[in-house]
Design a binder for this molecule. Structure first.
Ligand code: F6R
Length: 613
């Protein structure tokens, strides 16, 4: 949450930073700002709203500075407005700061600084840290870097900070704990950003800053990385493997639509080189090297948040069904604080698109600290979770920019399916014949998804029928229960319609009281997954006059006779069903949101990467 972009080099900083902030806008979009040092003064621009509003405010006023830093905000402390927007200038007027994260003990630090005569313009925790640095710098007559190291030792929380001193226009100082920072190394120029997306158009050489490290970026000395005790560290330079066109909309109206339509490709990419149906094998490099660890474990704990937690639920069904390994699913935010029983007999599988979700990262660290083997299922290459796990597999979905996760979900489910199959076969729980059948069916999933994508016009029509409903209920059983949860999440997060997902049979234990003729009920009733029982549940819903929208397999006549609308999708084997049945739900929520004039790619109050608790 919050996007950071800074530049030091020979080019004009402002356009580079603005372009970078636009790429990072998915991380937060309630206000934006930029500060530069054209001579020995700090020139500051801040604006509530999108980066485009900042850009408009800066038009005709961009200084020629070759050092600067910008920020796009997702508010934590203080409402989104021009004053709380970053950057902040410290009390002395000498330092500027941008921040992603939360300084948890800011209140007590603020009280102490107020006693020292410091004043504050904003309500932010960021300004408090900036003033603490300012305080040490003046009290000890020291450099920004030393003052920052001192101040960092006084704070708790998560952060990525970049600071500048107007008396030293040749230096940027960067510090990090838990919030991500990538530093791009160009030809006598440096780019600092929350992720690699704004860097790739300038250079593919990057360094990932680790926790408790400070980067000093100096025009003449270059990049120096130290720990908080001033010891210089040597760091590996990574080559980015990212294409610029993957970061563009490519003719689609929204990133979300592009990403929904990209799924035949992204699912294939996840399987590429890992599956061979002719020879009936699945090989995941990360899993192969940790096979004994996982096969011998007492149980698996799958951990994630939001959509990734839904993938984990499907993972539980897959791992127990196909591999017969006891599996539990945990919300990362609960797991990390509830003193869970986990030790070296357990394996934690942490699932995250961004690889930066702070709760998932902390949960993974907790599992590791208790001796569990930690396996990552991550999309963003080189992300914090990917770097801290013992082993793992990337889902290779490519950059997901729309805030609502779509192709990452199907990538995660594909990857978990490959893992469950590989483990199940190794354990001898799946016969060679079933294994072969599942593999060859898995390879057909991208074409099934393409077929569902052809149903767009019908789905648009259904969207027009339900777009004004205040509530919606999603039902599914077995493998389709987590899909119901995911469908409901998609609808609520981008169209702001209240939606709930339930195991279809649970409806009778409460939610059925909500059903009347105004309630659309979206039921996943594909073959398998207790089809007959789902049909009974549809009857119960119909008796209460709900509007029924059913996802069925082609040729279904039973549900057709009951539902107001049926969306017919290709039939596949039960464990693979979620990969097909989720697609119409993604499209449905997309079109409802478009028809309600919602900002599909940047829904209110949300951010793509949740790097604060
Ligand atoms: C919903 C969505 C979120 C994320 C969640 C976890 O569409 O995108 O619920 O799934 O914030 O994010 P990652 O997977 O990056 O850890």
């Amino acid at each position: 949450m919050c996007g950071i972009m800074a530049y030091l080099g020979n080019q004009k900083a402002a356009p580079i930073i603005l372009e970078g902030l636009k790429r990072l806008e998915y991380r937060g979009y309630d206000s934006a700002g930029m500060v530069m040092i054209p001579d020995d003064s700090l020139v500051l621009f801040k604006k509530k709203g999108k980066v485009s509003q900042l850009e408009a405010a800066m038009k005709d006023h961009q200084p020629k500075a070759t050092i600067g830093m910008g920020h796009t905000r997702w508010a934590t402390h203080g409402v989104p407005d021009d004053i709380n927007a970053h950057p902040h200038i410290t009390h002395s007027g000498r330092l500027a700061i941008i921040h992603n994260g939360i300084v948890e003990n800011y209140s007590e630090l603020k009280t102490a600084l107020l006693k020292e005569g410091y004043t504050f313009k904003s309500e932010t925790d960021t300004e408090v840290f900036g003033n603490l640095v300012d305080y040490y710098m003046h009290r000890d007559e020291t450099s920004l870097e030393i003052a920052m190291s001192k101040a960092l030792k006084k704070i708790h929380g998560a952060y990525a900070f970049v600071m500048m001193d107007r008396q030293d226009p040749d230096r940027l100082i960067v510090a990090k704990r838990q919030s991500p920072i990538v530093i791009g190394i160009g030809d006598e120029e440096f780019f600092v950003a929350s992720d690699a997306t704004p860097i790739i158009q300038h250079t593919n050489k990057v360094i990932y800053l680790e926790d408790n490290e400070i980067a000093v970026i100096d025009r003449s000395q270059g990049l120096i990385i130290k720990n908080y005790d001033n010891r210089v560290l040597s760091k590996e330079v990574h080559q980015l493997d990212l294409k610029l066109e993957e970061l563009e909309k490519g003719g689609y109206e929204h990133f979300m639509l592009k990403e929904i339509y990209n799924q035949p490709q992204s699912i294939s990419d996840c399987m590429r080189g890992r599956v061979n149906s002719d020879e009936s094998w699945i090989v995941l490099g990360g899993l192969k090297s940790s096979l004994d660890k996982i096969l011998d474990c007492r149980r698996i704990v799958m951990i994630g948040c939001g959509t990734s937690w839904h993938s984990a639920l499907i993972g539980e069904y897959l791992f127990e069904d196909l591999a017969r390994i006891s599996t539990e699913v945990e919300y990362a935010s609960e797991f990390r604080y509830r003193n869970p029983v986990i030790d070296s007999n357990d394996v934690a599988i942490v699932i995250s698109q961004s690889g930066e979700t702070i709760d998932t990262l902390a949960a993974a660290e907790l599992a590791k600290s208790r001796g569990a083997f930690v396996y990552g299922v991550v999309n963003v290459v080189g992300s914090s979770i990917a770097r801290m796990t013992d082993s793992g597999s990337y889902i290779h979905a490519g950059p997901e920019i729309g805030v609502a996760s779509t192709k990452a979900f199907t990538g995660q489910v594909t990857l978990l399916t490959l893992m469950a199959l590989m483990l199940g076969r190794k354990k001898g729980n799946i016969s060679q014949k079933t294994y072969k059948k599942l593999i060859s069916e898995l390879e057909k999933i991208p074409s099934y998804v393409s077929e569902v994508l052809e149903l767009t016009e019908q789905i648009k029509y259904i969207a027009s029928e339900i777009k004004d409903c205040p509530n919606a209920l999603y039902l599914g059983r077995g493998y389709n229960f987590p899909v119901a949860l995911e469908g409901a999440l998609k609808l609520k997060e981008i169209s702001y319609i209240h939606a709930e997902g339930y195991p279809a049979a649970e409806m009778k234990h409460g939610p059925i009281a909500l059903i009347d003729e105004n309630m659309p009920v979206i039921v996943i009733a594909t073959n398998g997954s207790d089809y007959d029982k789902v049909v009974n549940n549809i009857q119960e819903v119909k008796s209460r006059k709900a509007k029924i929208i059913a996802i069925v397999n082609r040729g279904d006549h039973v549900v057709k006779g009951l539902a107001d609308h049926v969306i017919e999708v290709p039939e596949t084997l039960d464990p693979l069903t979620p990969l097909v049945s989720v697609i119409p739900l993604q499209l449905l929520s997309y079109y409802v949101a478009v028809m309600r004039n919602c900002n599909v790619d940047q829904p209110r109050n949300l951010a793509k990467s949740v790097t604060v608790e």
